[in-house]
Design a protein around this ligand. Structure first.
Ligand SMILES: Cc1ncc(COP(=O)(O)O)c(C=O)c1O
Length: 372
């Protein structure tokens, strides 16, 4: 549904909608408006059907699965379901999403415990290096590790399954922030075996906005609650998350249609297309701008996004990067996030089915013209 006049290299932020899925959502909203009580009170099987399709797609046991509005809410549900003591530590990495950083900082302050971020420098060379950095940084106080599956700013894919396995051995709880993972990576949430996994469907599954989910392992199901407690409190995770007050459930129902849309094309085919393209984009940008590569050239640490440093003559502070992003959009109709990350001006490109190498060529030209 994107405006063809915009060079859209920012699928990663809010995804993009498929017309047929969008229209399906609108039809659901019409059905609801025609008979609101019947729709929400008597047609509960519609939500069950959608949960079946989506949890199956994610490889997640439906008994631990609940829809939420977005990943932020899902992470809030998990963090608020855990009680921390003074002396406990909440741990994350320097690649953590800033909104999640604020949430964890707030929780630590409220509970009188501490919050720490493991510095993960760039470039990264392989998964074992990441595994080492993270596992070596834990101590006896670490109670919860919040780890990105695909980090927002760096675009790096973290070896979450190996990290979870290590944490299980030492009794550290793990919440995987998989905001970007569904539709980007071949997911099997049960196999990752974390304590909690939270994700978005409105990014890489192209579901309507407002479609996120939470999954809790068997041992955490009775203690994990929605942010909004309602009628079904204490009646099991599935019941509690099904009813979080009166709300529009059309994004959740239509997320199943988005999964089916991808099934028709083939999710593996979509992922392969996007991964191959973004790997080529990374190479083209790094070579054209003669900047340091942040992860291997073969794309082995990437999903469908790549973060590339801007040349030195480009903005390097958060404020100047933001202005540059606005300028790119206003003057050249190119949409891509530009930000300061670990001390460097950086840009992130996303590859989705509608993306082309010519999109990145426009970006290369724009930056080259700026140098002259
Ligand atoms: C790693 C990560 N976590 C959490 C979020 C928050 O997602 P949302 O705004 O949909 O809640 C994002 C958003 O881009 C993200 O990249």
């Amino acid at each position: 549904m994107l405006d063809p006049d915009v060079t859209y290299l920012n699928h990663g932020s809010f995804g993009a909608r498929v017309t047929s899925v969008f229209e399906y959502q609108v039809s659901i909203k019409r059905e609801f408006e025609a008979s609101p009580v019947d729709f929400l009170d008597r047609q509960k099987d519609r939500l069950d059907d959608a949960k079946n399709v989506v949890s199956n797609f994610l490889g997640a046991d439906i008994k631990g699965f609940g829809f939420v509005e977005n990943a932020t809410t899902g992470i809030g549900c998990v963090v608020n379901s855990i009680s921390f003591q003074p002396g406990d530590e909440i741990l994350s990495t320097s690649h953590v999403y800033n909104g999640v950083r604020q949430l964890l900082t707030h929780k630590a302050k409220a509970e009188g415990c501490s919050y720490r971020e493991i510095p993960v420098p760039l470039p990264v060379h392989n998964s074992s290096e990441l595994f080492e950095i993270i596992t070596k940084s834990m101590n006896n106080s670490t109670k919860l590790l919040v780890i990105d599956h695909v980090a927002s700013a760096s675009s790096i894919v973290f070896p979450v399954q190996e990290i979870v396995q290590y944490c299980r051995g030492i009794g550290v709880l793990v919440l995987v922030d998989g905001a970007h993972a569904p539709g980007m990576l071949d997911l099997n949430i049960d196999q990752i075996d974390a304590d909690w996994y939270v994700g978005n469907l409105h990014k890489w599954v192209c579901a309507p906005l407002g479609a996120g989910f939470i999954w809790a392992s068997e041992e955490n199901r009775t203690t994990t609650h929605p942010m909004t407690i309602s009628h079904w409190y204490g009646q099991g995770l599935a019941n509690e998350f099904d009813w979080q007050g009166t709300r529009d459930i059309s994004p959740w129902l239509a997320s199943a249609a988005a999964v089916k849309w991808g099934n028709e094309i083939g999710w593996e085919r979509i992922r392969q297309h996007n991964h191959t393209l973004v790997t080529a984009m990374q190479q083209a940008l790094v070579e054209a701008w003669e900047v340091e590569l942040l992860s291997p050239l073969d794309g082995s640490m990437l999903g469908n996004m790549a973060t590339v440093r801007l040349p030195d003559f480009c903005p390097q502070t958060m404020e100047s990067c933001s202005s540059f992003q606005d300028e790119m959009y206003e003057k050249f109709k190119i949409e891509a996030p530009v930000f300061e990350f670990l001390g460097h001006g950086s840009i992130r490109v996303s590859a989705q089915l509608y993306s082309r190498m010519t999109d990145v060529n426009r970006l290369i030209t724009l930056i080259k013209d700026r140098s002259s």
